[in-house]
Design a protein around this ligand. Structure first.
Ligand code: NAD
Length: 541
């Protein structure tokens, strides 16, 4: 069995269910939403396969109805984090020496469980707990999560098949060892798929993890942990330790067997993790691999040759789906003066038809933002625009947090290309537009490139091929995922591997083979058939 060579075909991306009126999937999901809304789940830690209850809990609420408690989650202290790290180190020996196909089998079973019996459970938990519409939850918690699992098995099969050349005198081999130690995985609230992939890309390559989920995505993340156990993940391979960031991070990063960090979240948190690693550097056995995907200030840039309807539709979908809480969400737009009147009309018309409300009403395009600090922060930016002489609110601008954290889609028009909402990540439903003079296309491109420290995603709209080539050249480093005549969100696993550079992260491209390479430390083995028995060389005669 172990001498088999496994190669997998390129998988198909998981089909997206539509949940149209009268469909069986809609009925079943609605029943699951009602079931989950009617119960209160107790979420323990999971360390070495055992449930751990610390008695220190926090409520898990619905962003759309923040008085509604979905679950109570136990929180880890330093002692539990240390236990989780020890469990991961202990599980490493058996897991890392297991034939990789056994690990792949567990991931493929997890994908099947999620595609079929667990689908609606995790989609519903992502809707209720993270405030996602049915479509946004389906493409994240079901499709993207499944795609990561299946594609990574395919990518791993390609990596493991690669071997160095041998000759008649020697046999050369590459052993794709996992890292020595455990990997600390830290996930953001906004994608269930990312939480899954941060752990499972790493585990597939033979590593074990200590997982710190975000405190605002605990219900779906716990169901994911349960699914992994059902798929046969052995104890200690993935250890689930919810808790306060600084507590969990402090204990995990102090452990000498920290072999890597797989992070997605804000730039500020990533910088803090990196600084802690640097401060502890001499105490680690190896140099930890530090992989992080962070924030964005993603742009839509239109040329005068663009179709204004296409630009407006991309602004609405790219800027406001999931309330702008995607790292890739369009949050600044550069529109030429000649195109602005038609684009503005279409934009205002489309936004006038957007409904904001509870995720359980499928007619709502937008829902609530994640929590009160997010609500207050986003409204703070809107108020700055309202008070400024350099900006005006073209659409929206209001919010209401009395029952859920609702903010209307908001478009700001500014005459200052460096206005604060053109530069800082807001992570909410706010899109700022700067109108440039048509003749200053090149200057506007340079401005776009130099305005923000981030470089995650960006979209250029144009029908003029020369203008497009110029945009590609000037904006070469402005985005790791660059779109032409499409919105800057919605990257798909296997099709558009994802990540950006500058302040947006280490650009290790989740959803492609490059990410998997970060989780191995290869050993090259050379075997010589007839070793030399004398030290002299012919030139010495
Ligand atoms: P966040 O940085 O607030 O939190 C991310 C995670 O870090 C959470 O689990 C949090 O609890 C944890 N954390 C916070 N302080 C910590 C510490 N000292 N030690 C260890 N862990 C700590 O981010 P968020 O609000 O959950 O997510 C939004 C951010 O994520 C945005 O900036 C967004 O752009 C970014 N994001 C980026 C990508 C990408 O692929 N580039 C994808 C999704 C989200």
């Amino acid at each position: 069995m172990n001498n088999s060579v496994f190669l997998f075909d390129v998988p198909q991306n998981e089909p997206v269910l539509e949940y149209g009126p009268g469909s069986a999937e809609r009925e079943s999901l609605q029943a699951e939403l009602a079931r989950q809304a009617a119960m209160e789940v107790e979420i323990p830690l999971v360390i070495a396969g055992e449930e751990v209850r610390t008695g220190r809990t926090r409520p898990v609420v619905m962003p759309c109805d923040h008085g509604h408690v979905l679950a109570r989650c136990h929180l880890a202290g330093e002692a539990e984090v240390r236990r989780a790290a020890e469990a991961a180190v202990e599980a490493h020996e058996a897991w890392s020496t297991l034939s990789w196909i056994e690990r792949a089998s567990i991931l493929m079973k997890a994908a099947e469980l999620l595609s079929k019996p667990h689908r609606h459970r995790i989609v519903a938990a992502t809707m209720l707990g993270q405030g996602k519409s049915v479509h946004q939850a389906e493409i994240d918690a079901a499709c993207e999560t499944i795609d990561y699992l299946r594609y990574n098995v395919y990518f791993a099969s390609q990596i493991y098949a690669g071997q160095p050349r041998s000759t008649l005198e020697q046999l050369n081999r590459m052993e794709y060892r996992p890292l020595e130690g455990f990997v600390f995985t830290v996930s953001p609230f906004n994608f269930t798929a990312i939480a899954s992939n941060l752990n499972l890309a790493v585990a597939l390559m033979g590593n074990t993890t200590v997982w710190k989920p975000a405190t605002t995505s605990l219900l779906s993340n716990y169901y994911l942990m349960q699914l992994l156990m059902e798929a046969g993940m052995p104890p200690g391979v993935v250890n689930f330790v919810p808790g306060q960031g600084s507590v969990v991070g402090g204990a995990a990063l102090a452990h000498p067997m920290l072999a890597g960090i797989h992070f997605t979240g804000s730039n500020a948190t990533f910088n803090q993790l990196w600084r802690s690693v640097a401060a502890n550097l001499t105490s680690y056995r190896s140099y930890p691999r530090v992989v992080g995907e962070t924030g964005g200030k993603d742009f839509i840039f239109a040329h005068a040759s663009a179709d204004p309807l296409a630009v407006a539709a991309a602004m609405v979908r790219g800027g406001f789906e999931y309330q702008g809480q995607k790292c890739s969400a369009a949050s600044r737009a550069y529109i030429p003066a000649s195109l602005w009147p038609a684009t503005r009309r279409a934009l205002v018309d489309m936004l006038g038809r957007v409904r904001v409300g509870d995720v359980r009403d499928f007619g709502n395009f937008m829902n609530a933002v994640i929590d009160e600090p997010a609500f207050d922060g986003i409204m703070g930016y809107i108020e700055q625009a309202r008070a400024s002489a350099d900006a005006r609110i073209l659409f929206g601008g209001s919010g209401d947090k009395s029952s859920g954290f609702y903010i209307q889609p908001t478009v700001i028009e500014t005459t200052d290309p460096h206005f604060i909402t053109m530069e800082e990540e807001i992570f909410g439903p706010v899109l700022t537009v700067f109108v440039y003079e048509d003749a200053r296309y090149l200057d506007a491109l340079r401005l776009c490139d130099a305005t923000s420290p981030y470089a995650l995603t960006g979209a250029v709209f144009c029908r003029d091929r020369y203008a497009f080539v110029e945009a590609c050249r000037v904006l070469r480093y402005a985005a790791g995922n660059f779109y032409i005549n499409d919105k800057p969100t919605g990257a798909m696993v296997g099709l558009q591997p994802f990540g950006g550079a500058r302040a947006s992260g280490t650009n290790d491209k989740a959803g492609g083979p490059l990410n998997l390479l970060r989780w191995i430390s290869p050993r090259t083995i050379k075997e010589t058939f007839l070793p030399a028995t004398a030290f002299e060389y012919p030139f010495m005669a």
